[in-house]
Design a protein around this ligand. Structure first.
Ligand code: 5RP
Length: 259
């Protein structure tokens, strides 16, 4: 791995544990002012110091995160469809590589929609993004998006999507946790980061984190289960304790309940 690429990767997946906690606040790019993320600066400020990296769009980065913040940025560079539009899979690259470098991004992220109407467009887009990113030593995170078809979250489908992302050159893949997740990890030659998903109870969210890293995930990219919690700071600390300190679910939950 080239030095610049390796250095950027080390900001996202900590070499000391081989894992990372990514805080996702990119939801507005297709969902608009999501519940508890209506004013991004207010949501981000109290919890940003507890993540290893922050995933967001350039608009929210520039308006809502001080440039003095040292947080490594995973810049979402794809979009083009909204939650009320015709087809969520109709995405393309919306932010260029020079802009990513200008914003001091530590990685760029785009969604691929395997099996959806615009599968080919998003996969070819991934190939092009990897070409451009390689020129400047920028890691690419491929997000295996499922759109509205949540039934696709099984090991067979997610293994297919993650493997294709890695074959196209993604340096990291973000996907969903599922039964037999070890199989998804085993057949993907690059680190896998697990997305949080819609808000569930704190115990269920922490179980998801624990199950994911126990099955070999290199960390989580969690949003709603942190900032839609009544206790976002203890919640992100609890997530960290599992990811980096191998805490049990009960130990992590205790951090939340004793706050
Ligand atoms: C949406 C995303 C989100 O960043 C991802 O889903 C993580 O957020 P959450 O934990 O709220 O699901 O990439 O495409």
């Amino acid at each position: 791995m080239d030095w610049g690429l390796e250095s950027r990767m080390a900001r996202i997946i900590r070499p000391s544990t081989g894992r990372g906690v990514m805080l996702a606040v990119d939801h507005g790019y297709f969902m608009g002012p999501t519940n508890h993320l209506e004013v991004p600066s207010k949501t981000i400020a109290p919890i940003v110091d507890y993540c290893d990296s922050l995933m967001l769009t350039r608009g929210v980065l520039r308006t809502s995160v001080p440039a003095s913040s040292a947080v490594p940025v995973v810049l979402r560079v794809s979009g083009g469809s909204s939650i009320i539009g015709k087809d969520l899979s109709n995405e393309r690259i919306t932010t260029g590589m020079r802009e990513a470098v200008r914003l001091n991004a530590s990685a760029v992220a785009m969604s691929i929609f395997v099996g959806a109407a615009y599968e080919q467009k998003t996969l070819v887009g991934l190939g092009k993004l990897v070409d451009e990113a390689s020129e400047v030593g920028m890691p690419v995170l491929a997000v295996t998006a499922v759109g509205k078809e949540l039934e696709k979250r099984d090991a067979r489908y997610l293994s297919l999507a993650c493997r294709i992302a890695a074959e196209f050159g993604a340096n990291m893949v973000k996907t969903y946790y599922c039964e037999d997740f070890e199989k998804v990890v085993e057949s993907c030659p690059v680190p896998i980061i697990v997305a949080g998903g819609p808000k569930v109870s704190e115990r269920e969210a922490l179980e998801l984190v624990h199950n994911s890293v126990s099955a070999g995930a290199a960390g989580v990219d969690m949003g709603r289960n942190i900032w839609q919690s009544d206790r976002p700071v203890p919640m992100i600390k609890a997530v960290r304790s599992i990811v980096h300190d191998n805490a049990s679910v009960d130990e992590a939950l205790e951090l939340v309940n004793s706050s």
